[in-house]
Design a protein around this ligand. Structure first.
Ligand code: ADP
Ligand code: ASP
Ligand code: MG
Length: 405
């Protein structure tokens, strides 16, 4: 008898019929003799709707209140799914993040899980109850509701799998696995039978929203086998697991894009030691994640310095950057938010050269200008104008042979 975590995303629980369908899938797992813990998201579109409501009141909602608001979406679904399971004759109980004991830090809207006290879930399982857990939410040491960042129900599922030492963590969604590119954008994309934690982490952090990046980090750290599969069609899905030899044969496993980007440029920055620290120190303290950084060749004793940040942090970053600019004597700050990042990911890049050159040629052929480049052992990313993102993804997917290298 295995312990299985089954997580269902927003489209899988978008209405009552789908919730009933999900209850049927959970029932099947039980009938197969396995023990199951269910994790659910809010109905699709609900979290966005709640965000909009908050923004109709104020441009910068208080983050504690935001978490109180956003956590309601998942509460609705746990209750409805528990009712559906009970209607099928199972003893099911819903649990909020707090009731589970998902303890996080106090970074509202993107809290990190510190520990999980899963006693109550374990006790329920021991009694044969099916726990239905609200994804995406936790509780801080101050007893305030927190949320785990968008897409955070994946993290709830993986973290619970680790805490309960589950045998498998199944992420049920609206696609039947992880593809070489977003299948909704690139129809010729192929499903990957398996993908390494490392590649999945890059794909997820670079925009492939099929799994939340922190959930992949967690899965890798605790060695949790994660399977991404469809809620609607049967199939084996994609196994996210440790790297093996087959995976190295493929140069590029995936192409992905991220619109959630903005570029900040400090113009006329004094070119002397200590300046970079005075710029990036305060941005780090404000929890603004700086990604790519470029310092241009200086003219005289002045230089320009550009970096990318998540688009959602633009307001916070602009205010802060203007203050920093004044402080260090930079001439001005410029912000461009119509940018995007396109990336190639694959562990095979370690042993194959020429991938970058082919990527640049492909973008050049489509007359797409590259603003910034960054590489790691298994990925190459280029910042381009947002309007060319879909074109870039399709062209690169084609150039790299549908991800076959
Ligand atoms: P859920 O609501 O179930 O969590 P998400 O919308 O968060 O689902 O993630 C699933 C979506 O991820 C798919 O509908 C697909 O459009 C998108 N996606 C992006 N890149 C990929 C990829 N490489 N493989 C599969 N899906 C991808
Ligand atoms: N409902 C949350 C969101 O939309 C969490 C999730 O779906 O994983 O981001
Ligand atoms: Mg998701």
């Amino acid at each position: 008898m295995a312990l299985v975590i089954q997580k269902f995303g927003g489209t899988s629980v978008a209405n009552i019929d789908r919730i009933k369908h999900v209850a049927g899938l959970v029932a099947k797992t039980r009938q197969a003799g396995d023990t199951v813990v269910v994790v659910v998201s809010a109905m699709s579109g609900e979290t966005d709707r709640l965000v909009k409501l908050a923004h109709a009141i104020t441009e910068f909602p208080d983050e504690r209140e935001m978490d109180m608001l956003l956590s309601t979406g998942e509460r609705v679904v746990i209750a409805l799914l528990a009712m559906s399971l009970r209607a099928l004759g199972f003893d099911a109980r819903s649990f909020t993040g707090r009731q589970v004991g998902i303890i996080t830090d106090s970074t509202h809207t993107k809290a990190r899980i510190e520990r999980i006290v899963a006693d109550r879930i374990q006790a329920a399982l021991d009694k044969g109850i099916i726990p239905v857990v609200a994804g995406f939410q936790g509780i801080s040491e101050h007893d305030d509701v927190t949320t785990l960042g968008r897409g955070g129900s994946d993290l709830t599922a993986v973290a619970l799998a680790a805490a309960l030492k589950a045998d498998r963590c199944l992420i049920h969604t609206d696609v039947d696995g992880v593809y070489t590119a977003d299948p909704n954008l690139v129809p010729s994309a192929r499903r990957l039978a398996k993908v390494s934690y490392e590649e999945m982490l890059e794909l997820a952090s670079l925009g492939a929203k099929v799994l939340q990046s922190r959930s992949v980090e967690f899965a890798a750290k605790y060695g949790i086998p994660v399977v991404v599969k469809s809620t609607f069609v049967a199939g084996s899905g994609t196994l996210v697991t440790k790297e093996d030899r087959d995976m190295e044969q493929v140069v590029v496993s995936g192409v992905t894009g991220d619109r959630n980007q903005a570029k900040v440029t400090f113009i006329g920055v004094p070119d002397r030691p200590g300046i970079a620290a005075r710029i990036f120190g305060p941005l780090g303290q404000a929890n603004i994640l700086v990604d790519m950084i470029i310092q241009n060749v200086g003219q005289g004793d002045l230089t320009d310095l550009s970096f990318t940040i998540p688009r959602a942090d633009v307001h916070k970053a602009v205010d802060l950057s203007n203050r920093i600019a004044k402080d260090i004597g930079a001439r001005s700050v410029e912000v461009k938010d119509q940018i995007a990042k396109v990336s190639l990911v694959g562990v095979g890049m370690r042993s194959h050269s020429g991938v970058a050159a082919r990527m640049f040629e492909t973008l050049a052929r489509e007359r797409i200008n590259i603003m910034m480049i960054s590489t790691s052992e298994i990925k190459i990313s280029c910042v381009i104008e947002e309007k060319y993102l879909d074109l870039a993804i399709r062209a690169l997917h084609e150039a790299f042979g549908s991800g076959k290298g």
